[in-house]
Design a protein around this ligand. Structure first.
Ligand SMILES: O=C(O)COP(=O)(O)O
Ligand SMILES: [Mg+2]
Length: 249
């Protein structure tokens, strides 16, 4: 053996960076809709607004609770001023925290898919627009927090999805490499964040998008977590980012 030749080079060192699968939370990993609707309806009832439905939620969710509350008031024809949002946001947070995990459960097959990915050498992380103070305890209560390399929320940074930096910072904190990472998500915020970060994406059909996920051109689509294997992750990485924005569906 030639001792002058290093046994591995810097570029080979990069190859050792584990493949990273970054998950969105609401509508992707966890079916949180019943609890989001309950806490939102509790919040807007303070101003005597009519309750919202699941169909409404698909238009309201995605940018965190503050925006969700604003959109619910817009929907009912009562736009909120900035100072009106704060107490309503606190009311939402208090109610949601007090009931967590409520009826929220991982979507079918999620935990088995995490087991498979980890067994096959992938690491997993969460990039959600949900507030960190809700996302972390919810995942903890569902027994999922400890297996995540990192959990970042909509208020972790000064930017959030669809800003690509939210995803890129999540990948960096997880010790990943954008070229070896994919984002699994259910909405335009996810697919557009992946596009903005030039990261490959996997869209799920069972979440809370108000447009068909296929219209957003994620790299690949799954309709059940049984389909999420290391082979599909590698195939998604090889195909790369193919989303096209703006969406003209
Ligand atoms: O809570 C929201 O509004 C969105 O959360 P998500 O990014 O996990 O879908
Ligand atoms: Mg989502």
């Amino acid at each position: 053996m030639d001792l002058a030749t290093p046994s591995f080079s810097a570029s080979e060192g990069l190859i050792l960076t584990a493949t990273l699968v970054v998950f969105d939370l609401d509508g992707t990993m966890i079916d949180t809709a019943p609890d989001l609707i309950e806490s939102l309806n509790h919040t807007i009832a303070a101003r005597d607004l009519e309750p919202v439905s699941f169909d409404d939620l698909t238009h309201l969710v995605g940018q965190g609770a503050r925006v969700m509350i604003r959109r619910a008031f817009d929907l009912r024809g009562y736009p909120l001023s900035d100072q009106e949002v704060d107490p309503l946001f606190d009311r939402f947070i208090d109610h949601y925290k007090a009931h967590m995990p409520g009826q929220s459960r991982p979507f079918a097959g999620l935990e088995a898919s995490l087991d498979r990915l980890e067994r096959d050498g992938c690491r997993v992380a969460v990039c959600t627009n949900k507030a960190e103070q809700l996302a972390v305890p919810l995942l903890r209560k569902l027994g999922l927090a400890d297996r995540m390399a990192v959990i970042t929320g909509g208020d972790t940074f000064a930017f959030r999805k669809p800003d690509g930096r939210h995803l890129l910072e999540t990948i960096r904190l997880a010790g990943g490499d954008p070229a070896k990472s994919i984002l699994v998500g259910d909405s335009v915020n996810d697919i557009q964040a992946a596009h903005n970060a030039s990261v490959a994406s996997l869209g799920v059909t069972f979440g809370y998008s108000d447009v068909p996920i296929a219209d957003l051109n994620p790299t690949r689509i799954i309709s059940h977590f049984d389909e999420l294997t290391v082979e599909l992750v590698q195939e998604t990485l090889a195909a790369g980012n193919r989303a096209k924005f703006p969406v003209t569906a």
